[in-house]
Design a protein around this ligand. Sequence first.
Ligand SMILES: [Cu+2]
Length: 348
Amino acid sequence: MSGFLAVLVVVLIFVVIFQIAKASEYVSILKGEKKARQQSNRVNGTLLIVFLVLGLIGVYYCHDVLSAKFLFLSASEQGEGIDNMIVWTLAITGVVFVITQILLFWFSFKYQEKEGQKAFYFPHNNKLELIWTVIPAIALTILVAIGLRHWFRITSDAPKEAAVIEITGKQFNWLIRYPGKDGQLGRKFFKNINDANNPVGQDWDDQLNKDDFMATEMHMVVGKPVKLIIGSRDVIHDVGLSHFRLKMDAVPGIPTTLWFTPKYTTAEMKVKTGNPDFVYEISCDQMCGSGHYSMKANIVVETQEEFDAWTAKQVAQYGVAHPAPAAPEAPAADSASAEKTVAVNAGK
Ligand SMILES: [Cu+2]
């Protein structure tokens, strides 16, 4: 019923607008064409000024309402540069936006056709063309160059002391692998993938794999660079690290890398944001399928001691894939015959 009413209202509005247009057409015929045009210019010119003022108030209002949703401060050293770049980009484009909008609407109002005012024919001016082509081109080139500098920084070789973490996207979650004590990740092969005990396809013949462990949360040490090795098992995903101001595509078959240095521990961020439930998160930035919403993982940034304590509790994936055989039953009273039984059993 309400749907029908809505359609009815829309139709009625159209009918009213049509009738008004028709009536004003008759009025202009009666008044004479020039006079009618000047009158409509005056109305449109005034509406443009109203639109300008309301528009600028709207821009300010949106900023006021939404500024509480800004992502607070950057939680990585590299992210600070990116924040700076965004502030500069917004400042430059913002100033240009305000000036051009004011001129656009004010000029339309001021130079409208009226009695005693004739338009000045001004088809071309080389100097002006040059100014408004060259200056924006230089400004944009500088902004792009700054962006590239940041890009090269986060995708360059990580510092030697950087911790290595591998993160693999799959529909629909993240698989996180740590290199274990040796600091090196073992080989993997896609045919070994098995959701029961080998989700990234580790090659068990590679000794480097013996101490690699999988985690559901990503843990990292504050102030210590982290290198992420990013991959995907199926479609393209994207490691979005909004608190650190970074993101990188996870592409099947082509590992991508990214490094950064976390600046604040999770506990520090809880205090800084005034939010006791604060958690850093990884969220997928590609619409990768119907379960996309579940592609979220938490990051814990902590001190070295906390990190070491956490690492000590982790179980190598090799151990998960190769559980130790059950302990033999307690030996019988006659240990010699028990040994024999074991030997016979083993021989079978
Ligand atoms: Cu995804």
